[in-house]
Design a protein around this ligand. Sequence first.
Ligand code: 5GP
Ligand code: ZN
Length: 118
Amino acid sequence: MSNSASSDCLFCRIVAGDIPANRVYEDEFCIGFPDINPQAPTHLLIIPKQHIASTAKSDAKDAALLGSLMSAAAEIARSENLSKGYRIVVNTGDDGGQTVNHLHLHLLGGRHMTWPPG
Ligand code: 5GP
Ligand code: ZN
């Protein structure tokens, strides 16, 4: 998928408000909302408002935006009281297990995470 916003893109539709999501976080660049199929007691998605398909489709001009996503995840983790730790995951492409082609960070917490991931 290209990097232009699309009405076919699920997460672009959430950004636009066409599909409801409980925005636990929002700033100029991104939103955070609960994953519909949580894999941990806390499982939030942080996505850019701008459509970027994946990290594989990002480049140096996106550096500030990528940084703002990570920074937002850290701020959300504090507001969610994940003081014992958490995991940030970015699945990319088929081998990475990416199922929604709009870049997103998973913020997972509230239980002990194992390594290596599946
Ligand atoms: P991926 O597999 O691409 O890394 O992650 C996509 C995530 O989006 C999955 O964890 C899935 O549960 C979540 N998801 C899929 N559709 C929806 C939806 O309509 N609303 C929300 N909140 N999450 C969704
Ligand atoms: Zn999109």
